[in-house]
Ligand binder design. Sequence first.
Ligand SMILES: O=c1ccn([C@@H]2O[C@H](COP(=O)(O)O)[C@@H](O)[C@H]2O)c(=O)[nH]1
Length: 290
Amino acid sequence: MPDERPAGVPHDHAPFGPRLLAAMSQHGPLCVGVDPHPQLLSQWGLPDSVEGVARFCDGVLEAMGGRVAAVKPQSAFFERHGSGGVAVLERLLADLRSVGTLSVLDIKRGDIGSTMGAYAQAYLEEGAPLAADAITVTPYLGTGALAPAVTLAKANGRGLFVLVLTSNPEAASVQHAGDPSVAAAVAADVAELNAGGDPVGDIGMVVGATVGEAPARLGIDLAGANGIVLAPGVGAQGATAHDLAITFAGLEQRVLVPVSRGILSAGPTPERLRATSEALSAELTSKLWS
Ligand SMILES: O=c1ccn([C@@H]2O[C@H](COP(=O)(O)O)[C@@H](O)[C@H]2O)c(=O)[nH]1
């Protein structure tokens, strides 16, 4: 049977880290976030309902599908509409697969090992209705508790992004605490999980674009963790491409930059969404990669 996957997108079962690196070198470091906020739905002339969210996703897919390295749906904005919203998320994940765009489901899961196993089956198992190429996970029950998700992700060519230094201002009181800090300990755990990953492991880290010099100050070896960094915070949260270049100096080719409101507020016209994302992608590429 002929392989009908778009050129440049390796087989689904190839390891996630290298697949994402390949997508980034093809499309650049931008990842479009899909956060159907009520305000954005209204701005797009859509109702704050399951139908509105579905049409919003269609608009994002039409404008961005196949044009960016990855798309990051924020589960909360689908869940707030109940089972209908989750069904829309399921369809979006399937649509992304069919256009060959990687999905990073931002769902921030983390629980005791046995429950984590069920979450892993929900989002990382082959054929699961909500399976994504990668999900975000929280390590605050101990990075070791994420083991079932690590195992299933690696077995199925999928990935995780572990929260290390989040972009919100309240994060420092927990994540910077201790010596070594909580964040440095989590990054060291990620490095162990990625040992031997070539050219990069499958376990990424979330480090906000807003965190400034915190990684250096807290002794976090971002490059040594051997994973791709997901760096939210550009646009609506105030961080810029220049901030990324400073915080992630030395790691430039391994930073995936999710932007939601900063792009989505240009909608609903596909041409404006595309123009905004292309301009941002060009700026990120020139500041991070040159
Ligand atoms: O540290 C984090 C982790 C996740 N996020 C998520 O990213 C987007 C950001 O949206 P913008 O509109 O681009 O600000 C959103 O889904 C957050 O939940 C984050 O911001 N910071």
